[in-house]
Design a protein around this ligand. Structure first.
Ligand code: SF4
Ligand code: SF4
Length: 457
C-alpha cells in the first residue's frame, strides 16, 4: 500500500488526515506493524529544540539619505558580515559583542529583534561617488527591516555524540560544563523525536521540504554543512522568515566560558507514504546509539568512553567504568514535543500543507579534516603583466565575460559586438587612453604601463 504527498494533502484539505507525533508512532508500529501503521497514519510529526550555533539572519536595512555602502556593520555592538551588497548583512548567532563579549552575541540580537526591542545599527564605509556617506548610527526594530531571513547553514543534526570528561579539571565546552573524572555526561538531539532519525534514508526530505522553524513555516534548502550521512550525522540547511517567528521557539543562550549560541525550534513532517517509511518512523530511543566522547582529549579524534542508547541517556544515568554517571540533555524534549504537537495541530487544521522535495538530501558526502600543511604565502598583488612598449592593448580572452562595458567608453571604436553580444577587439585605432582598462570589471584589458592615461594627461 502506498500514498503520495498529493493524496495526503487532499486528506488535509478534507479534514480527514491522521497525524501522530514521532514518539507515538513508535508504539503504533510496535502494536500494529509497519503495514497497518502505514494504512492508519498519514503524517508523523517530529521536533527538536537545541543549541544550533550554525544559525543567523540575512538582513536588508534599506537605503539612507545620503546612501551608504556599508563595509562594516554592528548591531548592538555585535558585528554582522557586510561583505555583500550595500545595505545587506548577515548576523551570525555566535558572534560575540565587542563590549560584552560572549554574554551577548548575535543570538541575543536576534532574540531582541523578535521581542520587538530596538537595536542600535552602526555602520561605516569608505565612501564612493554613488554611496557618499561614510558613517551611520541609528536605531532599528524588526519592523524597520525590509527583509530578515533566518538562514541557518547547519541545523537539525540527525544525531550527535554525547560528552564526558575523564580529566582532572572542569571543562567549559559547547556541550556545556563537563565535570572532572566523568562527573557528568551531556548529550544533544531529540532521539526518537529527531527529524532526520525518522527518515534516515531521506526519502521524504530534501530541497523544498516545508518545515516548522522558529514558530513559522520555512523550508529545507539543502543538506547542511558537515552533512555526513554515512555516519548518520546528516544535517539540514534551513530558512524561514524571521518576521513570522516567535521568541518562544528562538532563544539566545550563552554557555559560560564557551560562547553564545541560538536555540532553534525545528519540526519536520514525515509523510507516511508506505510501510518502509512507517517502519522508519517507528524508531525508538532504545535503537538510537551514540558515542560518549572524552572531551578531556583536545583533539578532533576524541576517544569514545562507551556507546549509549538515547533510552539510557534519557534515563538520567549511564554506567561508565562501573560507576553510575548522571546525564543531562542540552536540548529540550519538552519543547521538541511542543513543536511536534503544534505541527500536528497546524496540519490537522489545514494550515500546513506538505511539500515534496525537488531533490532529496544526498546519501553520501565528503567530510574531511582541514589539512595543516605549510604553503608559501601568495603574493599580495598579482604580478603585473609586462607588455612590450609597442603593444597597444591586450585583452585576455579567457577572462573577458563579454559584458560590453568597454564598448561605449572607447571613443576610438576599438570594441565591437556581434549579434550574439560577443565582444570583439580591433586594437589598431587605440590611442592608449586606458579608460577601457579602468572600466573593465574583471580586469581583462591591459594597456602597457608607460602608455596608459597618466602619460597622456
Ligand atoms: S569590459 Fe572587460 S569583460 Fe567586459 S567586454 Fe570589455 S573586456 Fe570583456
Ligand atoms: S585604451 Fe582607450 S583608446 Fe584604447 S581601446 Fe581602451 S578606451 Fe579605446
Amino acid at each position: 500500500m502506498s500514498k503520495t504527498v498529493s493524496d495526503i494533502n487532499e486528506k488535509i484539505k478534507e479534514g480527514t488526515v491522521k497525524v501522530v507525533r514521532a514518539d507515538e508512532m513508535t508504539k503504533i508500529v510496535q502494536d500494529l506493524g509497519p503495514e497497518r501503521a502505514a494504512q492508519e497514519v498519514d503524517v508523523v510529526t517530529t521536533g527538536t529544540f537545541g543549541a544550533m550555533c550554525s544559525s543567523g539572519v540575512w538582513m536588508n536595512f534599506g537605503h539612507s539619505e545620503p546612501p551608504i555602502k556599508m563595509t562594516k556593520v554592528w548591531l548592538n555592538d555585535v558585528e554582522a558580515y557586510a561583505g555583500v551588497a550595500a545595505v545587506d548583512a548577515y548576523l551570525g548567532a555566535t558572534q560575540p559583542s565587542k563590549i560584552q563579549g560572549i554574554q551577548y552575541g548575535g543570538a541575543h540580537v536576534i532574540e531582541d529583534l523578535l521581542n520587538g526591542k530596538p537595536v542600535v545599527l552602526r555602520a561605516v564605509s569608505y565612501g564612493t561617488d554613488c554611496y557618499p556617506r561614510k558613517r551611520i548610527i541609528t536605531q532599528i526594530t524588526l519592523d524597520d527591516l525590509n527583509f530578515a531571513l533566518m538562514s541557518n547553514p547547519r541545523n537539525g543534526y540527525q544525531r550527535y555524540n554525547a560528552a564526558a570528561n575523564s580529566g582532572e579539571k572542569i571543562l567549559s565546552t559547547y556541550m556545556g560544563k563537563l565535570l572532572p573524572r566523568c562527573g557528568n555526561v551531556t548529550f544533544s538531539g531529540a532521539g526518537e523525536l529527531s527529524p532526520l532519525m525518522n527518515d534516515p534514508q531521506y526519502r521524504t526530505v530534501g530541497i523544498g521540504t516545508r518545515i516548522f522553524i522558529g514558530g513559522a513555516q520555512g523550508y529545507i534548502v539543502g543538506s547542511g554543512t558537515q552533512h555526513n550521512p554515512q555516519n548518520r550525522f546528516a544535517t539540514l540547511m534551513v530558512q524561514g522568515d524571521l518576521k513570522k517567528m516567535s521568541p518562544e521557539f528562538i532563544r539566545a543562550a550563552t554557555f559560560t566560558d564557551y560562547g553564545c549560541t541560538l536555540y532553534v525550534g525545528i519540526g519536520v513532517p514525515i509523510p507516511v507514504l508506505n510501510s518502509e517509511i512507517a517502519k522508519n518512523t517507528g524508531i525508538s530511543d532504545e535503537e538510537i546509539f551514540t558515542d560518549v566522547l572524552d572531551y578531556s582529549i583536545p583533539s578532533r579524534n576524541r576517544p569514545a568512553l562507551k556507546k549509549a542508547s538515547y533510552a539510557e541517556l534519557k534515563s538520567g544515568t549511564i554506567e561508565i567504568n562501573g560507576r553510575q554517571v548522571p546525564t543531562s540533555p542540552l536540548s529540550s524534549f519538552w519543547m521538541a514535543k511542543k513543536i511536534a504537537d503544534l505541527l500536528r495541530t497546524l496540519i490537522e487544521k489545514g494550515e500546513f500543507k506538505l511539500s515534496s522535495p525537488v531533490e532529496n538530501l544526498p546519501l553520501t558526502a565528503t567530510v574531511k579534516p582541514l589539512s595543516l600543511q605549510s604553503y608559501p604565502l601568495p603574493p599580495s598583488q598579482p604580478e603585473p603583466l609586462s607588455l612590450p612598449a609597442s603593444s597597444k592593448l591586450y585583452r585576455d580572452r579567457k577572462r573577458c565575460i563579454h559584458c560590453g562595458l568597454c564598448l561605449a567608453l572607447c571613443k576610438k571604436r576599438v570594441f565591437s559586438r556581434d549579434k550574439n553580444w560577443k565582444v570583439h577587439v580591433e586594437s589598431t585605432a587605440c590611442d592608449r587612453c586606458g579608460l577601457c582598462s579602468d572600466v573593465c570589471p574583471v580586469k581583462a584589458i591591459f594597456v602597457p604601463m608607460n602608455t596608459a592615461k597618466n602619460e597622456k594627461t
